[in-house]
Design a protein around this ligand. Structure first.
Ligand code: GUN
Length: 281
């Protein structure tokens, strides 16, 4: 079994980005919108701030009151879309339930949409065109590529159909010539499907859902889960790592697998946004 070491691969990627940014005359800039007081979001946004500071990317946060209206949220997005000093915009989800997050994502200008969540970027991904792609699935592709994992013709099974991970993940694997199956909460006989997977991507948010009996011998297993279990400080993945590890050819650890690749991919997307915008000026 080979560990897919996202921490190591992401550090290499960040080093390259830092060097590249140091040659820019103007710094790239990211603007993050956070609404309300979601604790996990605060942690993630602070992590993004720290990484931006480390690389020399200007970071601004708009922390909005939980009871703002959809119009006020979209007004801020419009303002950031028009601001030439801002290269990249990220609306941290979740946001309070009276707001429509998908409608807000759609408002972000495709050129600044480093999350790849707006309709234009999702449509381009489906049609196999160059575009911004959601950072977690794209980070997973970069991690597999770093270990020269062959994808063409493989059976890939994605568990989870979220707009943030499952759907773009399945699309990227399809674009890489995998035969793709998407499983979700209503899927029947999950084990029969997962046992067929040469590549198994798990993004369902249930600690230790995937046990050894569900995994094909020699499979490549990618665990997107970040589960906090009551009474424990440890973070658990969606895969029972100890059980599954000896059955796999490759597996990601939690933490230190997918998480760091997501952040590094976001930083890379910010630099791409910056370069594209500056080449037009
Ligand atoms: N919430 C959980 N993951 C993400 C992400 O990748 N981007 C944004 N904007 N919000 C998230």
């Amino acid at each position: 079994m080979i560990l897919l070491d996202g921490k190591m691969v992401s550090q290499k990627c960040m080093k390259g980005l830092k060097e590249k940014i140091s040659n820019f005359t103007i710094r790239p800039s990211l603007s993050v919108i956070r609404v309300g007081e979601d604790q996990a979001s605060e942690i993630y946004v602070n992590l993004k701030r720290k990484m931006c500071e480390e690389l020399g990317i200007n970071f601004t946060e708009h922390h909005l009151n939980a009871n703002i209206t959809q119009d006020e949220l979209e007004g801020l997005i419009d303002q950031l879309n028009l601001d030439d000093n801002i290269n990249a915009i990220l609306l941290q989800s979740p946001i309070p339930s009276h707001l429509n997050v998908m409608q807000a994502f759609k408002k972000i200008s495709p050129e600044k949409d480093v999350d790849g969540f707006c309709t234009m970027n999702v449509g381009k991904l489906v049609q196999g065109e160059d575009c911004f792609v959601a950072c977690t699935p794209l980070g997973i592709m970069k991690l597999l590529d770093a270990y020269q994992v062959e994808l063409s013709g493989k059976n890939a099974v994605v568990i989870g159909r979220s707009n943030i991970v499952g759907r773009p993940m399945a699309q990227l694997l399809l674009n890489a010539d995998c035969t793709v199956t998407i499983c979700h909460s209503k899927t029947q006989n999950l084990k029969e499907i997962t046992k067929m997977a040469d590549i198994l991507i798990v993004a369902i948010g249930k600690p230790k859902l995937i046990t050894a009996d569900m995994v094909k011998e020699g499979a490549i297993v990618v665990d997107v889960g970040i589960n906090r279990v009551a009474g424990s400080k440890k973070i658990y993945g969606d895969v029972d790592f100890e059980q599954v590890k000896d059955k796999c050819s490759y597996i990601t650890p939690v933490p230190g697998g997918v998480g760091p690749m997501t952040i590094a991919t976001l930083m890379n997307n910010i630099v791409i946004a910056y370069e594209k915008q500056h080449s037009k000026r």
